[in-house]
Design a binder for this molecule. Structure first.
Ligand SMILES: [Fe+2]
Ligand SMILES: [Fe+2]
Length: 397
């Protein structure tokens, strides 16, 4: 007894094919579905549709020939999904290796065979993943702040001219570092297999964070009417080495573990020593975001090292290579260093400048111990962590 459906007055040009499909869904190839209806063009429409879908149809209907139509289900549908695979488990951990043939398909989707493979560079979980990535992405999304309202831009910043210049110099320096920190995750995420969607989402949120940092530091730098400070060749050379790093884990290690890790101390320092509330605010807001960037960098690098302990050697040579490249550059812009001293001093008395100098030396010591702590967490023995921390760029980032 064949299955049957009645389309009543509905034509296949107005959605009737959905009912035919539904009727055929439960049937196997070779099974028959009886289709009846009153639409005058039903026989013509059904014949054309069945031809396109690979089904056979017999009989005729309509005002002249009111008999039912008999559709015999073909094999096209069955064959279309031959070789289709699930792109991993949507709820669980991503697969160890993402198939390039899954392309842009959602994790867990049934992927029809034959689509174009995705040319993503990183398709191995251990090369991009950290178990904390989904939680960090959720935290990043929840913590997004609005530069227009998160900072009280009308707060007084009528500082002595030299102090204002010091703030402007530091802001100018921060902006170029933030621009590097924006470009790198944006570049990396485009080469991660979409199967690791939380990593891509997190890197996108990170790039958006950096876009806000660029904005607020620029805005604070221009608050007193400009001009901005200087950009040193050595500072830019240091950032250039980050941009050029091709490996996902190594790039994240240099940028987030060492660079942004060092910046945590710098932003803490600026927040504590800020001579005005706007500078304090922008440093505090950026610091909050940077803590997440560092957390992912550290978690992912530790993950990669746990999966393959030999990775420590790769990371080590990346630090050494970068150090060798930058050996002949000045590293930190001297004007930035001097500006930090003045901000910490608060005045021009020799005694205050001496205190400011000591405070910046203490800042460098704090940066060093932070780096050593993170390197040790990743898996470097303490002596090697100290050695590598000492090789870190003088530009901080
Ligand atoms: Fe940033
Ligand atoms: Fe960052």
């Amino acid at each position: 007894m064949p299955a049957s459906i009645d389309l009543e007055g509905l034509g296949l040009d107005a959605g009737g094919h959905l009912l035919v499909l539904r009727g055929l869904a439960a049937l196997g190839a070779g099974d028959q579905l009886t289709v009846t209806g009153r639409h005058p063009a039903l026989a013509v429409q059904l014949a054309a549709w069945c031809r396109a879908q690979g089904h056979h149809v017999a009989g005729s209907t309509g005002p002249d020939a009111p008999g039912p139509l008999l559709v015999t289900k073909g094999r096209a549908e069955e064959q279309r999904w031959l070789g289709a695979v699930r792109a991993g488990d949507p709820g669980g951990r991503p697969e160890r290796r993402a198939d390039p043939r899954w392309g842009l398909a959602a994790r867990g989707a049934l992927v029809e065979a034959g689509g174009p493979p995705i040319g993503a560079e990183w398709a191995d979980r251990e090369h991009v993943w950290a178990d904390v990535a989904p939680r960090l992405y959720a935290a990043a999304t929840a913590a997004h702040w609005d530069p227009a309202t998160a900072v009280d831009w009308s707060a007084a910043t009528d500082l002595p001219a030299e102090v204002e210049r010091a703030v402007v110099q530091v802001m100018t320096y921060l902006v170029e570092n933030e621009q590097a920190a924006l470009v790198i995750p944006a570049r990396l995420l485009a080469q991660v297999h979409p199967h690791f969607r939380e990593v891509i989402q997190l890197l996108a949120a990170q790039a958006a964070d950096e876009a806000r940092h660029v904005e607020v530091f620029t805005r604070r730098g221009l608050l007193s009417g400009g001009p901005l400070g200087t950009s040193s060749a050595g500072g830019r050379a240091s950032l250039q080495t980050l941009l050029a790093e091709p490996d996902f884990t190594t790039a994240g290690f240099l940028l987030s573990v060492l660079g942004e890790g060092t910046f945590l101390e710098l932003l803490r320092f600026l927040h504590a020593r800020a001579p005005d509330p706007v500078t304090a605010d922008v440093a505090r807001l950026a610091l909050r975001d940077e803590a997440r960037h560092v957390a992912f960098g550290v978690a992912h690098t530790a993950h990669a090292v746990r999966a393959d302990r030999a990775y420590l050697g790769v990371l080590r040579s990346a630090v050494e290579r970068r150090h060798a490249t930058l050996l002949d550059t000045a590293g930190l812009n001297a004007e930035v260093f001097d500006a930090l001293v003045l901000l910490a001093a608060g005045s021009w008395s020799p005694e205050a400048i001496g205190r400011g100098w000591a405070a910046v030396r203490q800042l460098q010591a704090d940066m060093d111990s932070g780096r050593r702590r993170r390197l040790a967490y990743i898996g470097f023995p303490d002596d090697e962590a100290a050695e590598l921390s000492a090789l870190h760029t003088r530009n901080f980032m």
